[in-house]
Design a binder for this molecule. Structure first.
Ligand code: ACM
Length: 265
């Protein structure tokens, strides 16, 4: 099965949600793909200093304007879209990601492992790691940025049948892109890490994002990687069925060979 997958590298202006949305829509206008992944908190920026800033950019699902705009985009351009956003649900703020399909179906993941000062503004996610059908029935799992540091995130998604791990990110530590090679390899899944670029400053706090958004194959191989500093989109064709094969040779299968009784969990 030929399946077009795309990764977007982006630099939102802090709190300028609608300007960022318009810029993104221009970037995506000509794009022909089946699945596209955007960064974590992709329209709001990241370096929050006050809860009021989070409140200003957060939205409830499905009423939120950004969500509705992405629904239109998914239908118009006939792709599934995964994007990170600040979610407000019952007055609780989550660092979330949505999958929206061309037929209007949608699914939400709330970030499990909050990073650093995110803990001041967001509540740890309560959705757990679930697998969702994207365009064409391809099963995807979503994890957000720092979730990569916990191998259980990708492992859970893979054990539940994810063929592609969609990984919106705002990476600041230097190790993730390389570590994701292991996540893809040890689970035999594709992974798409969509990262930010640039430096964001807000009232004395500054963060630099590492770019190098990437798409990896089921053996951990880098199929596509963007650079460290520029916005852009990369698209490749994959066969998601490859992720259904967990065999290493005729005698080893990485899932069947697991010995759960030997692990302390
Ligand atoms: C991160 O989880 N945004 C580093």
């Amino acid at each position: 099965m030929d399946y077009r997958v795309s990764v977007v590298q982006f630099k939102p202006d802090f709190l300028a949600v609608f300007e960022n949305l318009n810029k993104l829509k221009t970037m995506l206008r000509e794009l022909e793909t089946d699945l596209i992944v955007l960064p974590e908190l992709c329209l709001s920026g990241y370096v929050f200093q006050k809860q009021a800033e989070v409140d200003k950019v957060s939205e409830t699902i499905p009423e939120g304007t950004i969500f509705q705009e992405f629904c239109h985009l998914a239908t118009e351009q006939q792709f599934s879209i995964v994007y990170g956003f600040a979610e407000k649900a019952d007055n609780i703020y989550y660092n979330s990601a949505a999958l929206i399909n061309p037929d209007g179906s949608y699914y939400i993941y709330r970030k499990t492992h909050l990073f650093y000062r995110e803990k001041l503004f967001f509540t740890s996610g309560d959705t757990g790691f679930e697998v969702f059908p994207a365009k064409g029935g391809v099963l995807i799992g979503i994890m957000i940025c720092f979730d990569w540091y916990f191998p259980e995130s990708a492992r859970t998604l893979a054990l539940k049948g994810a063929q592609i791990i969609c990984h919106p990110a705002n990476l600041v530590l230097p190790w993730c892109q390389q570590a994701m090679q292991t996540r893809s390899l040890e689970n035999r899944v594709f992974s798409i890490t969509s990262n930010r670029v640039g430096i964001e400053c807000n009232k004395g706090e500054s963060m630099e994002f590492t770019g190098k958004s990437q798409i990896l194959g089921t053996k951990g191989e880098t199929l596509l990687q963007l650079d460290e500093e520029n916005e852009g989109i990369g698209t490749i064709i994959i066969d998601p069925k490859l992720a259904l094969d967990k065999s290493v040779n005729t005698l080893n299968d990485i899932f069947k060979d697991r010995r759960r009784e030997m692990y302390e969990l």
